[in-house]
Design a protein around this ligand. Structure first.
Ligand code: ADP
Ligand code: MG
Length: 259
């Protein structure tokens, strides 16, 4: 991968991706916590640019731990991790990796726009670019008119949409979504599913790793499903999905309802 560092070091792009390039590589990764809990048995996984990989598995099997390792928020105990051709920490310092965790919180004292602006502000992106990107991200999640609201003035679904806008504002190449829609009502959930599919079809190199317990969501969104065993997590199935399921028509069909 070419890695033309720009002068804007903190927000530097890591380089251009070619279609199908491997952007996540986990080799024999294990994770044991200080209290002795083993969260991951050796996990090996390769993800290519443009894949929408859904992780299914019982609670406690290590899904969030995998995401934290990929995001550079936790170190593996053994094994190696490569993200966008570098270490997870390097990828995290770039603008290329964004994540939304289930407990994603907004800064309560900051308006919606300021929350969404944060990843760009931290990377000292110029003001004009920043404002245009904040508009774009808020538009994507349908909240352009709520930019001046404070988080407590929004519903739970709207707050989650702000978290997603904050993740999208950097145009990440890799998006980690850990049960992002779990707490939302069905209508909001479907709207966000559609938005996510629209984003990934518009930007086909965007790679998404997604955790859900919802099998309908899995069929609708994913191009690939990785199934983990009860902890310590181990990959027991790794399947390509049928692309024809990734349409609203499929979701609305009886076939989908009976899955
Ligand atoms: P999942 O997201 O699939 O529900 P997690 O990755 O959150 O699973 O957790 C995997 C296992 O690791 C669980 O047994 C959990 O209790 C344990 N675990 C997660 N984080 C920690 C931690 N910081 N300290 C100790 N154990 C942890
Ligand atoms: Mg979890």
């Amino acid at each position: 991968m070419s890695r033309n560092a720009s002068s804007d070091a903190a927000g530097a792009r890591l380089g251009t991706l070619s279609a199908g390039e491997e952007i996540v590589r986990l080799r024999e990764v294990t994770k044991a916590f200080d209290d002795g809990t083993v969260a991951l048995a050796p996990i090996s996984l390769r993800v290519r640019a443009g894949e929408f990989v859904l992780f299914l598995g019982p609670s406690g099997c290590g899904k969030s731990t995998i995401f934290r390792v990929v995001a550079g928020l936790a170190e593996p105990t053994t094994g190696s991790v490569e993200v966008l051709g570098g270490t997870p920490a390097q990828a995290r310092a770039s603008r290329e990796v964004s994540y939304v965790f289930q407990d994603a919180t907004l800064l309560p004292w900051s308006r919606v726009r300021d929350n969404v602006r944060l990843p760009l502000a931290l990377r000292r992106v110029d003001r004009q670019t920043t404002e245009a990107e904040v508009d774009r991200a808020l538009e994507l999640v349908g909240l352009l008119d709520r930019g001046d609201a404070y988080p407590h003035e929004l519903s739970g679904g709207q707050r989650m949409r702000v978290s997603i806008a904050r993740a999208l504002v950097t145009r990440p190449k890799l998006l980690l979504l850990d049960e992002p829609f779990g707490a939302l009502d069905e209508i909001t959930r479907q709207k966000l599913q559609d938005e996510l599919l629209a984003i990934t079809s518009r930007e086909p190199d965007t790679t998404v790793l997604f955790v859900t317990h919802n099998v309908f969501e899995a069929a609708y969104l994913a191009s690939r499903v990785v199934v983990l065993s009860p902890g310590p997590g181990r990959i027991v199935a790794d399947l390509q999905t049928d692309a024809s399921s990734r349409t609203a028509a499929f979701r609305e069909s009886g076939e989908f309802a009976q899955l």
